[in-house]
Design a protein. Structure first.
Length: 65
């Protein structure tokens, strides 16, 4: 598994987990953090990782030409 595909896979999983928290954990009350805000942060991190994977995939394919 290349680094680009690993970044795409983990980014998509993080994005999906963050989306799940954001959509379905609104009624949960935790003393320290709000699950919806954690979900938004996880979605941002997931999107960043997906973009990094896309960049690495494009960079790798351009370098092999």
């Amino acid at each position: 598994m290349t680094r680009a595909s690993r970044n795409l896979l983990t980014g998509a999983a993080t994005l999906a987990a963050g989306l799940g928290l954001w959509l379905f954990a609104g009624g949960v009350d935790l003393p320290v953090v709000t699950p919806t805000k954690v979900g938004v942060v996880m979605m941002c991190v997931g999107c960043t990782e997906v973009l990094l994977g896309l960049y690495r995939a494009a960079r790798g394919s351009a370098g092999s030409r």
